[in-house]
Design a protein around this ligand. Sequence first.
Ligand code: GNR
Ligand code: NI
Length: 174
Amino acid sequence: MSIREIIVAPDPRLKQVSKPVEKVDDELRALMDDMLETMYDAPGIGLAAIQVGVPKRVIVMDLAREGEAPQPRYFVNPEILSSSEDTAVYEEGCLSVPDFYEDVERPAQCRIRYLDYQGEIREEDCDELFATCIQHEMDHLEGVLFIDHLSKLKRSMMLKKLTKAKKLQEKELA
Ligand code: GNR
Ligand code: NI
């Protein structure tokens, strides 16, 4: 297992639409293991493969609270089967948009279908933080970031600051 580098916006790779996985095999499980380790190290509660530069429809997640036993979850080729009419607002963050947090409104519940770590098909009802997180991660698979749900003004302000931070870092590394 190894920790991979997380891509930070703005970066064209984050805008790619990820490709369906054909087979859940040991190679894919090795990617999922790396993603989980990278997510725990960050730390974050979810991670999409594109955030480590792999355009595959793969997500890892762990919503266990501090002090609770870890609950790693793996989602391959996830689909939303249905979404509730009622919505919920959560303050979201993203490992690819470091240090910014904003309220995002999404369907409060959804039902999903996906392949698990063993490649078995599963269906599950999501609500609360799980619903928010899976929708945030599935947005990544479509090349969408949570900042794309905000006003153009807020988004461009954030991207400007992120670009500045990148330039500063380049300078420091030079
Ligand atoms: O670690 C994360 N926290 C979080 C908080 C609220 C809503 C979504 C998230 S996902 C984020 C990790 C990440 O960037 N996943 O793509
Ligand atoms: Ni994210």
